[in-house]
Design a protein around this ligand. Sequence first.
Ligand SMILES: NC(=O)c1ccc[n+]([C@@H]2O[C@H](COP(=O)([O-])OP(=O)(O)OC[C@H]3O[C@@H](n4cnc5c(N)ncnc54)[C@H](O)[C@@H]3O)[C@@H](O)[C@H]2O)c1
Length: 459
Amino acid sequence: MSCANVNTLPCGCRGSRAEMSEAVDIAPATGRLGVLLPGLGAVSTTFIAGVLALQKKLAQPIGSLTQLGTVRLGKRTDHREVPVRDLVPLAKPDGLVFGGWDIFPDDVYAVACKAGVLERELLDQLRPELEAIAPMKAVFERRFVRNLDGAHVKPEKGHRARIEALRADIREFRKAHKLDRAVMVWCGSTEVYQAPEGDMFEAPKALEAALDSDHPVIAPSVLYAYAAIREGVPYANGAPNLSVDFPAMYALAREAGVPIAGKDFKTGQTLMKTILAPGLKARLLGIDGWFSTNILGNRDGEVLDDPESFKTKEVSKLGVLEQMLEPEKFPELYGDLYHKVRINYYPPRGDNKEGWDNIDIRGWLGYPMQIKVNFLCRDSILAAPIVLDLALFLDLAQRANMGGIQEWLSFYFKSPMTKPGLTPMHDLFAQKVKLENTLRHLMGETLITHLGLDYYEDE
Ligand SMILES: NC(=O)c1ccc[n+]([C@@H]2O[C@H](COP(=O)([O-])OP(=O)(O)OC[C@H]3O[C@@H](n4cnc5c(N)ncnc54)[C@H](O)[C@@H]3O)[C@@H](O)[C@H]2O)c1
């Protein structure tokens, strides 16, 4: 086979011009990177303690693509597989500095002990460093998280005053730790459900006016995101509430050249869904029903025990299957799909969630079959490496001048943010290809399409 647009690439392999790109100018990852975390709860403290344990060589970064992942470059016959962290200039976990906000004043050591995710023996080896990280006072409104109440909150009233207070915190944190750059990852509680309806969610001007007039619809997580963007700090949202996921904020972030990503860390049951469902769909097996239930006993579970916070989570979890299976295109396979998600607060289990999935599938000639998944997972253990990867990739995106939505980070989210009108991609493996191709694109490497016909050209 010969093809007009096949060229010899700098690496010596052959690929199409359309698949090649010039390397993007990326500022070096010199100096110190700060990671700011609104919400110093189970996920944040597991992340911070984990990174400190890595720094002391007490543990391995299992679950982290930036630390353990590799990317193939060039053709399969080139045998070039490079670690992600050697391919792109990433900040090193060694140099990270942590800060955050919470409505409770406990330091990271105290919270981690209470959360019960990590063993006391490990935490005690990190105790002085963990105790040195105490939360800044939070911006909080109880009507958005109704099952929690804490007194460690800022005295400022009004949106503008609160934004200014958060911006001052960010500047002070950067100055105190002599940081060159900072990123923010929302690890705060899930706020009550809100649909992004109304002008203030659509247009930046209307959003500014809503901030000026203290509009009651603006949640604290929006104020954190706004403060971050205005301080030039990339922002990712680990929870399913809106925060940065509406068009007015996309426009602000783009205009300011600040990367944003979200939303809702993809861990546990939804991770399994986005592994299993694309496989069943690839084989054109029908799905009649998918019933998912969980028991969970941590503070997140307590917050989600409020129906309004659960609704936010439910919308995020339910969208995944619908969007992956496309029942409108495959009515005979998924037209009658019944999808149910339940989260039950059950304190004895703490952070060790147990999830059950019953999947009713249909095969050849409509014969029914069942799949049962019983996942005994650890929520924060699955989420912590995601926080690390997001922090490092957001910082990379910032240094590569990639402002606005970072769709290539969909890999990490249950409900990936996209430009309005663009269908999100949920298939974990498609998301991984997208992420890896973005890294290849940044470094001017050939994008990999998996076509592979050229291997057989000389036969
Ligand atoms: N662990 C997972 O696998 C996972 C997966 C997806 C999403 N999430 C989301 O990540 C978030 C964190 O999870 P977690 O298990 O650490 O919960 P957590 O309850 O242990 O921690 C959340 C913390 O946020 C604090 N908080 C609430 N509102 C705040 C505000 N306005 N400002 C500052 N702090 C505030 C709470 O006091 C609490 O300490 C939750 O929204 C959860 O739904 C977690």
